[in-house]
Write a protein that binds this ligand. Structure first.
Ligand SMILES: [Cu+2]
Length: 151
């Protein structure tokens, strides 16, 4: 009897936390990345983010992704970052703001740059030349897949 009651409370608590979490995430919507836009790329050692769409050179692929803590992000630019300087930061209301605390930092030359995303959080980024053409995105970093006791 007591156990059943506890279980019901626990289930209710999980639902409340989940709803609160979704509301918080939706409120952010950094760099046009809505919750439904984030593709699940958790559990990978490495993720490549590149403007490699032949039909749209101003689009990052993936544009919005969820990765695990410790994922190595490979940013790739075509033809190079001199033409598509990338900064960690947000674009809101047409105004781009560099986040000096972002682990993405700035990438302004070459064709490839590595970034280790070790801490959980959301890390938006944009191309300084083309953000108003949709060249922006965001990475959500979450704890490792098996940190919750299911391993
Ligand atoms: Cu660009």
């Amino acid at each position: 009897m007591i156990h059943a009651h506890r279980r019901r409370f626990a289930v209710r608590l999980v639902i409340v936390i989940a709803v609160a979490g979704m509301a918080a995430a939706r409120a952010h919507a950094l760099n046009n990345c809505l919750d439904a836009d984030f593709i699940d790329r958790r559990g990978l050692a490495e993720l490549v983010v590149a403007n490699d769409d032949p039909t749209n050179p101003f689009r990052y692929r993936p544009r919005c992704a969820t990765v695990s803590e410790g994922t190595r992000i490979v940013f790739r630019a075509t033809p190079n970052f001199g033409m598509h300087p990338l900064y960690g930061g947000t674009v809101s209301g047409g105004v781009a703001t560099i986040d000096p605390a972002s682990p993405i930092g700035s990438i302004t030359s070459g064709t490839e740059a590595l970034r280790m995303l070790t801490d959980s959080g959301e890390f938006p980024f944009f191309c300084d030349f083309h953000y108003d053409q949709g060249m922006l995105g965001s990475l959500r970093v979450v704890p490792p897949l098996f940190a919750d006791g299911f391993d």
